[in-house]
Design a binder for this molecule. Sequence first.
Ligand code: BES
Ligand code: ZN
Length: 464
Amino acid sequence: MSSPNRSAPLTFLEEHSERRRAELFDFLRIPSVSAKSEHREDMRAAAEWLAARLRDAGLDAEILPTAGHPVVLGEWREAGPDAPTLLIYGHYDVQPPEPLDLWTSPAFTPEVRDGRVYARGSADDKGQLFMHVKALEAHLRAGGEGGALPINVVVVAEGEEEIGSPNLLPFVTEHRDRLAADAVLISDSAMFDKGMPSLLFSLRGLAYAEVRVRAAKGDLHSGAYGGAVPNPAAALSRMIATLHDDRGRIAIPGFYDDVVEWDDEIRAEIRALPFDEERFRDGVGAPALDGEAGWSVLERLWIRPTCEVNGLLSGWTGEGAKTVLPAEAMAKISFRLVPDQDPGRAIAMLREHLASVAPDGVTVEVTELHGGRPWKADPTGPLFDAASAALEEAFGTAPVRVGEGGSIPIVVEFEEILGCPALLVGFALPGCNMHAPDEWFGLDEYDRGTAALVRLYEELGAAL
Ligand code: BES
Ligand code: ZN
């Protein structure tokens, strides 16, 4: 990046590289864990800190209340009413850092090792959200040739993504006029590999349920009662075992009815990606991989639905043995969904299926927790071309098109409510431990990605 005629914003980025890093680390030090009420004040602090940085960058910023954690809204509309408007979405909340003893350095004390910053939220999503703030700043503060912005910008940073965005849809609906945009841009995902910038063509949806199986009115002595009274842990295990067939397909009647087949072009593109299944297996450390027969690993991760048991609880799980016949067993079960599956329908099918396979003598209660619809993009046209050009310039190679197995529930709703397409460009690297101990973000991706965003805003001036 030492071309003599690079634009003023790119020069600004380089000249402020140290401050850009120091500020990111300040952001990462705030433990903005949305799931825990003890972090309410930290959530507030993170929102205020972010609003202050948006103002430093040259935007107007305010903190808008919701029924839960607030939304930080940034606005810069000086490109004028005839210029296009870009909505940038991200989240300032993070997942809980537990288990703490598995972190090499503390989760909220950013530490640089091997060109990566390790901290909760570094990749998901504070690091990626902050790249946008800095790319905007580079345009608005650099002045000179290529400075300012050819587009109006609205930044929406929410504080509840990691708990399923329970208050974002009402927020977007209420403020739909203020959020009106020609495109939505989101950086909350990953690159296919180092040196391979990536544009997303899909996200899976999510349907999450809690299942409770009960028998006796309280825990019983397993000797005095076992053999006569139903065991909810055993009943639930048998029920869970019916969720898949032996070819890895979900065995709930009707589950695949709404799955639309992907076109051959996308499947061919997925097959052409340089993906090493053995390296992937080695990376996760499991003795073997599994999943639905007849589909490659990437297809199973990106374009096929899944059913996972996320948690199980029943009976005695403490030290040593306790001869107990539990009164209740609980499982957290979720589905990743693909177009055109619907979270509510998936939970309804689960409820019906579990009721039909439950052994006699237990009751079953299925509670829907949260969900989100799957998203699929048309990865062609001016928006994607603009992103391709910007990524190619910053990374020195044209981007690949990829799917994503994770979910960002608001994406489809943004498209529907605002009536504009979404563009998802992520910069985390595979293996970056999102949601796990030792989450990290590559500092090279931080710098190059921010430069790519600087260029992307310029490209969007012409493309939108
Ligand atoms: N940033 C992730 C989504 C993601 C995960 C993108 C992995 C790329 C790779 C997002 O913050 C997330 O974790 N979403 C949740 C949604 C849920 C809490 C409703 C998910 O996918 O589990
Ligand atoms: Zn996440």
